[in-house]
Write a protein that binds this ligand. Sequence first.
Ligand SMILES: Cc1cc2nc3c(=O)[nH]c(=O)nc-3n(C[C@H](O)[C@H](O)[C@H](O)COP(=O)(O)O)c2cc1C
Length: 249
Amino acid sequence: MKRLFSTLLSMLAIISVMAACSNESQSQESADGKITNGKTLVAYYSFTNNCKTIATEMGKQVSCDIVEIQPAEEGLDYAANNYAIGSSLISAIRNNPSSESSYPAIKEVNVDVAQYDNIIIVTPLWWSQMAAPMQTFLFHNGAKMAGKNVGLVASSASSGISSLVADFKRLIPDGKYMNESLWIKSSQVSNASSMISSWLTKIGFANLSISTAVKAIKADVSQAKPSKRQAKNGQVIINEKYDISGKQI
Ligand SMILES: Cc1cc2nc3c(=O)[nH]c(=O)nc-3n(C[C@H](O)[C@H](O)[C@H](O)COP(=O)(O)O)c2cc1C
C-alpha cells in the first residue's frame, strides 16, 4: 500500500513538472514577436510623406520614440523619369545585397537600437522591394535587433509586399517578427489611424488600453499636462504621454 502511495506521489510530481514546462514554453511562444511593455522605437523613411503620416499616427497610439531615416543626398527625385533613380538604387542592392557599397548613404541616425525592446519599421515599397534608404539603415542596424520584437508597416501604390517582407527578414535575420505585417496602400493612408489600431490589437500591443484611455479622457485634457514632443538633435522625437493627473505614462 505504502509502495503504491509513493508510486502515485512520484507520478503526480512528474505530471506537475511536465505541466509547468509546457506552460513555460507556451508563455514564451506567446511572447514571441508581440509588442511588450518595454521601450518602443518607430523608424520610418518617407519620400512622398505617406510613411511619415503613418509613423506620426503610430506615435499617437503607441508610447514610442520616432526616428526618421533620411538619404544623405538631398533633393533627389526618385520618381522622375519613370522612377529611374529609385530603380537603379534597388538594382544595385538586388545585384549585391551583402556589400555595403550597394546601399545609398543616409544621414547619421542618432539612435541606439539596442535600447529598445520593440522596433517598428515603417517604409515605402520601391520596385517591390524595401525602399533603398531604409535598407541602408537596416543593413547597419539589423543585426543589433537580434531577439527584439520587430514589426513592419509597408506602403505601396498597389504592389503586394511579400518581397519587401523578405528584405525585412534578410536585414534583421534574428528578430522576433511580429507575426503579421501591416500593408497600407497609398490610397488607404487617410484610413491609417483605424488600420494601425486594428493591427496593434492583432499583434497584442500591451499598451493599447493605456493609449485608448488617454483618448477616452480627451474631453478633460484641459486639466492634464499637454503631450510633449521634443526633437532631439533634429531626428528623434520623444513621444511622452501624460494622464489626467499630469503623471507621465
Ligand atoms: C522609386 C519608387 C518606386 C516605386 N515602386 C512601386 C512599385 O513597384 N509598386 C507600387 O505599388 N508602388 C511603388 N511606388 C509607390 C510607393 O510605394 C507608394 O506611393 C508609397 O505609399 C510611398 O510612400 P512615401 O510617401 O512614404 O514615400 C514607388 C515609389 C517610388 C518613389
